[in-house]
Design a protein around this ligand. Sequence first.
Ligand code: HEC
Ligand code: HEC
Length: 457
Amino acid sequence: MNLRHLVGAIAAAAVGLTGCADASNAPDPTARIAPPTAAVSDSFVDAVRQLAAGRGITPMPRAARVRPALARLGQALAFDKVLSGNRDISCMTCHLPQLATGDARHLSIGQGATGLGPTRVHPAGAFIPRNAPPLFNLSALPALFWDGRVAMDAHGQFHTPAGEQLTPDMTRVFEFGAASAIGLFPVLSREEMRAMGGNELAAIPDADNRAMWSVLMRRLGDIPEYRRLFEAAYPGTPFKRMSFAHASNAIGGFFLDQFSFTETPWDRFLAGDDHALSAEQLAGAQVFLTIRCSLCHNGPAFTDNQFHNVAVAQFGPGKGNGPDGRDDFGRMNVTGQLADQYTFRTTPLRNVELTAPYGHDGAITDLRGFIDHYSESDLKLRSFDPTGLEPLLQGSLVLNFDAVLANRDTILNGVVLPAALVDQLTTFMTALTDPRARHLQRTIPTRVPSGLPVDGR
Ligand code: HEC
Ligand code: HEC
């Protein structure tokens, strides 16, 4: 491609991309393509800071302080396989610290399996329908899971699949919003932790959440060390008056305490350090803040905490949707609204460099590939190549392209990204990495109170 052609393509893209749904927030398109030259000018740096402020992309507020005794209890519970029906899987089996609190798989593999991360295998070839997201900066996320089905609203009300079974007595215990509630749910799932049979939890009917939570508390209460840890974490409350909400709240506290990361080059840049970003990262920031990315990825965690359809290919067991149950309607399964079909929560982007693969089902293996997906995402979806997936998933691609595209977010209409912009955006993502998030081995305890093996040690 000759140079004139390339410049033309970039200029055209600039016009195509800055069209913006929210005119009042629309950045000035003429301010867009101004790559920094050898010395980054002060005015360019200021312009990028202003663009960020205009998108509400402020520094990350520090997470709430967590009582050390509560974090200690939460750590024990998160790594202890005693919370799973057949004592063979813990929360952290799928949220491995050495894999940036994910499992580096397209789709997770639950109880009954062996191995960890990419080498984990299930004897029956079973998968969890979605990708395991990281546990970073949960205090910035009022709605958890890809479809936001565990959420705390602005009035402090909890919205979860447990409905009324999550009582006010339980929510009163929660100190960290949705992060406090999340631990209640993986333990209920047969595929993730509870198992189909072989234990007292599996024998409980699926709808009886409260019975499962009490049986888990009985299991924990049988271990004297847990009674001590719980009573130290909640001074003044005897163990017998506690519910599984106390356990879940402690796990949330542990996550906030250990996986909240606010020291990235980007944060130093926002705080006034003009040299915190490389020239390439700064150029990428300007692109990101000017084109449509930041219409959705905004706020301190780079998510609007809303739900959008960005035309990601579907495969795997699915969430029981569509003609054969293998589709995943995303947020629509929570709200029942057709407008929410195929929408998923805008993914937060801090430490995203470390959390491949990407998307609600891990459809895209590398970061540049996911960003490139936004360029003509309709064509990308239609030509999705399942041979990049692991063999057991290759035959499970759902041919729902027309339905997905019929509801694709209109923000993506006409988006074409020249390769050079994709590169710049990918480079910008590296400015969102806190170096400490690369080294999380220290968060793994040497042992857990049940004495069961600790994965990843
Ligand atoms: C079998 C693997 C597996 C196990 C075990 C597991 N998770 Fe997850 N986790 C996932 C997957 C997959 C998702 C995404 C599910 C979805 O969105 O529907 C998830 C989502 C989450 C999220 C939401 C993050 C976000 O950004 O929304 C949190 C928090 C979390 N898990 C914590 C836990 C805790 C606490 C436990 C133990 C009680 C646990 N997980 C056990 C795989 C697992
Ligand atoms: C219309 C809203 C919207 C726009 C515009 C948008 N995104 Fe996204 N982004 C999302 C949603 C929603 C997801 C999750 C989609 C899914 O899993 O199905 C996502 C996922 C991602 C991911 C994967 C993160 C992960 O951990 O899985 C990256 C990276 C990303 N977006 C970067 C960008 C960049 C760069 C741009 C601009 C070119 C952009 N996004 C534009 C809404 C948007």
